[in-house]
Design a protein around this ligand. Structure first.
Ligand SMILES: Nc1ncnc2c1ncn2[C@@H]1O[C@H](COP(=O)(O)OP(=O)(O)OP(=O)(O)O)[C@@H](O)[C@H]1O
Length: 257
C-alpha cells in the first residue's frame, strides 16, 4: 500500500466537510432518522455480502441500485434547501472565513433593521394576550413563502404589527414577514416542522416557527396567545419563554456576525 498523498488528504477533508454540512442541514429533523435508517440498511447489506448470503445480497443489491434515485426523492426538500443555501450570498453554510469576508454586508442589514419596533410590538401584543408569528428575513429568499400570504410593502412599525395581530384583523391568521426594515407580507402560511423531538405541547404556531427556521436563515419570533410566552427560533433551534431583554439580545446576536 502506497503512502497517503496530499490529494487524498484533501479528498478526505472535503468529504468530511460535506458530511458535516449535510448533518447541519438535517440536524433535528425527521431526515436525520431516515439517514440513519439508510446507513443501517447499507451496513446490513455489507454484512450480508460478507457472509455470502447470495439471495439476500441479490435482493438488497436491487434496493441499493435504485438507492440514489430514492435518496433524491426522499430528500428533495433538503436538496432544495441545500441549493438555496448554496446560491445565497453569505448563507448559513458555516464557512466562517467566508462570513468574515461578508461581515460588512451583514452589518449593513443589521443597521437597517429597526429592532425596537419589533420589540415594542411584541411587548404590546404580549400585554394584550394576542398571539403573533414574525419571520425576520436575513439573506435567504423568502418570496416562495410571501406568495402564500398577502404581499404588503410597508415601513416597519410596531403599530402596524400590533394591528395585524389583533384578533379582529383579517390579517392576523398566519405569519408576518419582515425584510430589510419593511413588512413585506402578512397572513403567510409557513411550513411546519416535522421534528419528532419537539415538545408535545407545541402547537402549529410554534411548529411553523421552527419549520421556517429549519429551511431558511430567518430569525422567527412566536408569541403564544395561550401562555403569552415568547419563543425565538433560528436554524431549527429554539429558545422559549424569553423576557424582553433576552429577546433584544437574541436579535442582536443573530444579526451580527
Ligand atoms: N403553518 C402555519 N403558518 C403560519 N401560521 C400558522 C401556521 N399554523 C398555525 N398558524 C397560526 O398559529 C395560530 C395558532 O395556532 P395553534 O393554536 O395551533 O398554535 P400554538 O403553537 O398552540 O400557539 P398558541 O400558544 O398561540 O395557541 C393559528 O391561528 C395561525 O394563525
Amino acid at each position: 500500500m502506497g503512502a497517503i498523498t496530499w490529494v487524498q488528504i484533501l479528498d478526505i477533508l472535503l468529504v468530511s466537510l460535506l458530511i458535516y454540512q449535510i448533518y447541519r442541514l438535517i440536524r433535528g429533523t425527521s431526515s436525520q432518522s431516515i439517514l440513519i435508517g439508510i446507513f443501517v440498511i447499507y451496513l446490513i447489506w455489507k454484512v450480508v455480502h460478507w457472509l455470502n448470503l447470495t439471495l439476500l445480497t441479490e435482493i438488497m443489491s436491487r434496493f441499493i441500485d435504485i438507492g440514489f434515485l430514492a435518496l433524491v426523492i426522499i430528500f428533495q426538500t433538503e436538496i432544495r434547501r441545500f441549493l438555496l443555501v448554496l446560491g445565497t450570498p453569505g448563507s448559513r453554510i458555516n464557512f466562517r472565513w467566508l462570513r468574515k469576508i461578508l461581515a460588512k454586508k451583514s452589518e449593513d442589514i443589521h443597521e437597517m433593521m429597526d429592532y425596537d419596533q419589533i420589540l415594542l410590538a411584541c411587548e404590546r401584543l404580549q400585554r394584550q394576550r394576542n398571539g403573533a408569528l414574525i419571520v425576520i428575513g436575513r439573506k435567504n429568499v423568502l418570496s416562495p413563502y410571501i406568495q402564500t400570504g398577502i404581499s404588503i410593502d410597508a415601513h416597519l412599525s410596531a403599530l402596524l404589527i400590533e394591528c395585524i395581530f389583533q384578533k379582529t384583523s383579517p390579517l392576523h391568521d398566519g405569519a408576518v414577514i419582515i425584510e430589510k426594515n419593511k413588512i413585506t407580507a402578512a397572513r403567510v402560511i409557513l411550513p411546519v416542522s416535522e421534528n419528532p423531538r419537539l415538545p408535545a405541547n407545541f402547537g402549529l404556531r410554534h411548529r411553523a416557527a421552527i419549520g421556517i427556521s429549519e429551511r431558511t436563515d430567518a430569525i422567527v419570533i412566536a408569541l403564544s396567545e395561550e401562555t403569552g410566552q415568547i419563543m425565538v427560533c433560528h436554524d431549527g433551534q429554539y429558545r422559549c419563554d424569553l423576557s424582553k431583554p433576552e429577546l433584544s439580545k437574541e436579535l442582536h446576536k443573530y444579526f451580527l456576525f
